[in-house]
Design a protein around this ligand. Structure first.
Ligand SMILES: Cc1cc2nc3c(=O)[nH]c(=O)nc-3n(C[C@H](O)[C@H](O)[C@H](O)COP(=O)(O)OP(=O)(O)OC[C@H]3O[C@@H](n4cnc5c(N)ncnc54)[C@H](O)[C@@H]3O)c2cc1C
Ligand code: SF4
Length: 488
């Protein structure tokens, strides 16, 4: 246990400061300032090493949280990263980007602020990279088996790293020009700088994983060719089919999906594009969708110099404290103030709840210039419009961040003929096998739009099942069973 009285002595939860808003919106760098090691070690001492650590249950990876809190408190950072890497291939991705369901399950959180688990994780891996403790781990023995992984997001990367380390020859196919999936082209630089992804890819290449980017499987290589050329195929293509908004004026210029807008900004931040092909500069921007993707659009638009930004959400404003029906240790739906929301507040931009979009209004050139909206009652009443509340707001750039409808069906999935569930995701059994022999599925492609931590957990678990099926036994850990129903 870190310090038996730690949680009594250190009652205040501390996190690193965010850089001042007016400074950080002038660049694309991450928003957090450095955190002092002694402060973090003090924070780690608050962990009570509970007899039943609910944080383990909260974390889909089953991270050994009390163990690495204890090691950090005792200043054994090297031991801490070893323990963290035992369950998580990429703690820098989760340490920076995870919504931390572990913290909402932390026992201390019942009557105090929970332990800063996510921050300990982020600082542990940052220190490990700085100290040179993160090294390639090529396999000692090769199996002679070949595995193809389709998709290089967190699920594909985790599966590929585990299988490469188990001795298989692994090739990752990615249709984008660069590997990383949403970590690379969806999530903005100010949430996680892309150098973190590149550094991991270098480690994986040094271990023997081969990346073939710019290859769209189902177009450039057929599904049959892939199956014939490999002993196993892992599908990790994500949930890329976006939800659209079919209202009058949707066809106007200036109305984009978030995943049309954000990748362009990321390419500029990475230096791949000199100028953005879509920009918020000088425009009145409306972000439709109150979730994390919407927040990413807000932060991006403000950095591009938007004249104003407004966020719209059809659901009512969530509560600031746990409502009775979302008790500890569940993950509650609360009103969040992410860094982008703080920036929005500073810019005077509103977050408008319980409104629906009726349509877009265009000018004589076919460019969007306004958005018509109405207040709604709901969700119980099915978002019934409230009479007399219709109005128009200026909108010269609109981003749609309303979620995703599962994986893309045409091409790869159609060619394979895999069974899909009622929500359009690829059906897998408890061993991550799809309905097609030798084809497995992990991450958003099987569970629908989700989180990075789930993608890594599923990638690791699927790798363990592939390895067992190829070799008859496996030493790879199997973190969690999938929540998907087995194939009938
Ligand atoms: C804008 C945005 C922000 C987000 N922010 C967060 C966050 O802060 N925290 C969090 O936990 N989650 C976040 N998420 C969700 C998270 O990014 C996803 O749950 C996660 O990336 C899923 O991982 P994946 O590996 O299953 O798929 P993805 O990351 O989507 O990767 C799939 C990859 O497969 C490739 N691919 C697909 N089909 C083919 C094919 N036929 N041939 C070759 N390649 C193919 C795609 O190009 C893509 O690169 C965010 C999502 C979005 C859209
Ligand atoms: S991966 Fe997420 S849930 Fe797991 S310990 Fe880290 S922050 Fe918590």
């Amino acid at each position: 246990m870190a310090d038996p009285k730690g949680f009594l002595k250190v009652t205040r939860r501390e996190l690193p400061a965010r850089r001042p808003v007016d400074v950080r919106i002038r660049d694309w760098k991450e928003v957090y300032e450095d955190f002092q090691k002694p402060v973090l070690e003090r924070q780690a001492s608050r962990c009570m090493d509970c007899g039943i650590p609910f944080c383990h249950q909260g974390c889909p990876l089953g991270n050994l949280i009390p163990e690495w809190n204890d090691l950090v408190y005792k200043q054994d950072w090297h031991g801490g990263i070893e323990r963290l890497h035992a369950t998580n291939n990429f703690p820098e991705f989760t340490g920076k980007l995870c919504p931390a369901p572990c913290e909402t399950a932390c026992v201390l959180g019942i009557n105090q602020d929970p332990v800063t688990i996510k921050r300990v994780e982020a600082e542990l891996i940052d220190r490990a990279w700085q100290e040179g403790w993160v090294k390639p781990q090529p396999p000692a023995v090769k199996t002679g088996k070949k595995v193809a992984v389709v998709g290089s997001g967190p699920a594909g990367l985790a599966a590929a790293q585990q299988l490469t380390r188990a001795g298989h020859d692994v090739v990752v196919y990615e249709r984008a020009e660069v590997a990383g999936g949403l970590l690379r082209r969806g999530i903005p630089e100010f949430k996680m700088e892309k150098r973190h992804v590149e550094r991991r890819l270098d480690q994986m290449r040094a271990e023997g994983t081969v990346f073939k980017t710019g290859v769209n499987v189902g177009v450039d290589v057929t599904a049959e060719e892939l199956r014939a050329g490999y002993d196993a195929v892992v599908l990790a293509g994500g949930a890329t089919a976006w939800r659209d908004l079919n209202v009058p004026g949707r066809e106007l210029k200036g109305v984009y999906q978030a995943m049309e807008y954000l990748p362009v900004a990321n390419q500029v931040a990475e230096g791949v594009l000199a100028e953005p092909t879509i920009t918020a500069e000088g425009k009145h921007v409306v972000v439709i969708g109150g979730g994390d993707t919407g927040a990413d659009c807000i932060g991006t638009a403000l950095r591009q110099g938007a004249a104003s930004v407004t966020q719209l959400e059809i659901m009512p404003r969530p509560p600031e404290a746990r409502p009775g029906h979302q008790p500890w240790p569940t993950y509650p739906m609360l009103f969040k103030v992410e860094s982008a929301h703080e920036e929005l507040d500073a810019a005077g931009g509103p977050r408008v709840y319980a409104v629906n979009t009726l349509g877009f209004v265009g000018d004589e050139n076919g460019d969007v210039k306004a958005l018509r909206l109405v207040d709604v009652e709901g969700p119980e009443t099915g978002f019934k419009p409230i009479e007399g509340t219709e109005r128009e707001i200026p909108a010269e750039l609109v981003t749609l961040s309303m979620g995703f409808l599962g994986p893309q069906k045409e091409g790869l999935l159609e060619q394979l003929g895999v069974e899909l569930d009622g929500r359009g995701n690829v059906v897998r059994d408890l061993d991550y096998r799809s309905s097609v022999d030798g084809v497995y599925v992990a991450g958003d492609m099987g569970r629908g739009q989700s989180l990075i931590v789930w993608a890594i957990a599923e990638g690791r678990a699927a790798a363990s099942r592939v390895d067992r099926d190829l070799q008859g036994e496996t030493a790879l850990p199997y973190p969690i069973p999938p929540t998907a129903r087995p194939i009938a």
